[in-house]
Design a protein around this ligand. Structure first.
Ligand SMILES: Nc1ncnc2c1ncn2[C@@H]1O[C@H](COP(=O)(O)O)[C@@H](OP(=O)(O)O)[C@H]1O
Ligand SMILES: [Mg+2]
Length: 290
């Protein structure tokens, strides 16, 4: 047995032994419960596998969290469909006549078992998350996202729609120097983001994980999150569910609405910010769109 297989076996044993009890019936509370369980498992994987081989750690984390989410959703929400980053066919853009179950389902869990995989593999970094969202076809909720949870276990923090956080306060000029703080990917920021920030007199705040960046806007640590150039539904569904429940603005960078459980799961760009900032930011973004 290789060292990695041994580590995976130990983790599986520990996961099975770690009883999660009976989860809440309420979908939002269930999303929090599930994201927290996967988050705790990921901390365990990190501790057991170690950071020596980053690739092995990423693979072990992705797999362990994915399997836990899959198993618990099958056990506690057996009638619901699932769209998970780690499913083999998750990136397929489906066509009529060849449709996965989720496109005909009323309830679809959209999950990212480990968002910020790169940061998870880097020792000392805490900007990675577990995303669990529920999309329902007949929902009147914005973007039809009826539940969402973002667990950030290395930050000891989980944001979820069962207790939507308070709307972030306007930042004090004394704290920010009056400039807008835009959270952006530390490794794959949009090509235009430096020019966008210069045009707005804004400061860029690089971080890993879409969930952590949207959480930063929710917590008031940043004023906006801007992304373009590629992403999938699971990267944003859960944190956008919490941001919308909090009352924040979330849309595509051209201002059009975000839509989930689409035939093609690509959702390449988005902006999340306080409502007062949205008109100014969207107008500035217009100048950078093709
Ligand atoms: N250009 C791109 N194409 C596809 N996915 C992208 C992307 N830029 C960012 N992402 C995904 O968005 C998530 C947040 O990225 P970042 O930390 O760079 O902001 C990551 O998810 P995963 O970690 O789940 O793969 C990353 O893979
Ligand atoms: Mg992701």
């Amino acid at each position: 047995m290789s060292e990695q297989t041994k580590a995976s076996a130990r983790i599986t044993v520990a996961r099975d032994a770690g009883e999660g009890g009976t989860p809440p019936v309420n979908d939002s509370a269930f999303a929090r419960w599930l994201a927290d369980r996967a988050g705790q498992l990921l901390l365990q994987v990190r501790a057991e596998v170690g950071h020596e081989d980053g690739k092995a750690l990423k693979a072990a984390g992705d797999q362990a969290a994915h399997e836990l989410l899959r198993a618990e959703l099958a056990r506690w929400r057996p009638a619901d469909a699932v769209l998970s980053e780690e499913d083999e066919q998750s990136r397929v853009a489906w066509t009529e006549g060849n449709r996965p179950d989720r496109l005909g389902s009323n309830r679809v869990w959209i999950v990212d078992p480990l968002d910020g995989t790169r940061e998870f593999s880097e020792e000392g970094r805490d900007d990675w998350a577990v995303h669990v969202a529920l999309w329902t076809a007949d929902s009147s909720a914005p973007a039809r996202l009826t539940a969402g949870a973002v667990a950030m276990p290395a930050r000891h923090c989980t944001l979820a729609t069962d207790q939507p956080p308070a709307y972030p306060p306007m930042p004090l000029e004394s704290a920010t120097g009056g400039s807008i703080r835009i959270a952006a990917s530390r490794t794959r920021p949009p090509a235009f983001v430096t020019a966008l920030a210069e045009g707005l007199g804004a400061e860029l705040v690089p971080m890993g994980s879409a969930g952590v960046k949207i959480a930063a806007v929710i917590n008031g640590e940043a004023d906006a999150y801007v992304h373009a150039g590629g992403q999938y539904e699971w990267d944003s569904a859960a944190p956008v569910a919490v941001a919308l429940a909090t009352g924040l603005h979330a849309s595509r960078v051209d201002g059009s609405p975000l839509a989930y459980n689409q035939a093609d799961p690509k959702l390449p760009d988005l902006v999340v910010c306080r409502k007062d900032l949205a008109p100014r930011l969207l107008a500035a973004l217009q100048r950078h769109l093709p």
